[in-house]
Write a new protein. Structure first.
Length: 169
């Protein structure tokens, strides 16, 4: 580093302590040069990013868990903006109940789930919304949670009942 003069920015390093706990640091190393361009020193900036990394790992694990649930159970996960438009919708069963995933993005929630329109205003206070409706001969129980902090809207989950009966038709 001192001889090459190459800068390093935001290199992540993990430190494992004797008790097994870990800490993460983001390091930047910038060579200091004189007027002749010779490296005469080094500026090192280190930031403790342990909390950020722990949150990242927790989110990754929760995402994996939700993907496993979605792959093995009739569950739909979605996020909505403040106006009720679908930002994301994920499930392995969408096509089976007549929903095109790509076409649903940006569409109003009640256009994708028309029978939900009568129930969307059932307010459970800080807990969000909960309602049941029928869609394509299946019963769908929705749980919409207030204010998704990442996207600024709402996040929801729907349990689908009756899928086997529909697919047998």
């Amino acid at each position: 580093m001192l001889t090459s003069g190459i800068e390093i920015h935001d290199k992540e390093d993990v430190i494992t302590f004797k008790d097994g706990s870990r800490a993460w640091a983001s390091n930047s190393r910038i060579p200091l040069k004189n007027e002749a361009g010779e490296v005469i020193g080094l500026l090192v900036v280190t930031k403790d990013i342990t909390e950020i990394k722990n949150i990242h790992f927790e989110l990754v694990n929760k995402k994996k868990m939700l993907e496993q649930i979605s792959a093995t159970h009739p569950v739909i996960f979605y996020t909505l903006d403040n106006t009720g438009k679908i930002l994301s919708i994920e499930s392995s069963i969408l096509e089976k109940i007549g929903i095109n995933q790509k076409a649903a993005i940006g569409v109003d929630f009640t256009e994708i789930f028309p029978s939900a329109g009568n129930f969307i205003d059932i307010d459970l206070g800080d807990n969000g919304y909960s309602f049941v409706h029928k869609n394509k001969n299946v019963e769908i129980s929705h749980f919409i949670f207030a204010n998704d902090p990442i996207k600024g809207g709402f996040c929801g989950m729907a349990l689908v009942k009756g899928l086997k009966e529909q697919s047998a038709e």
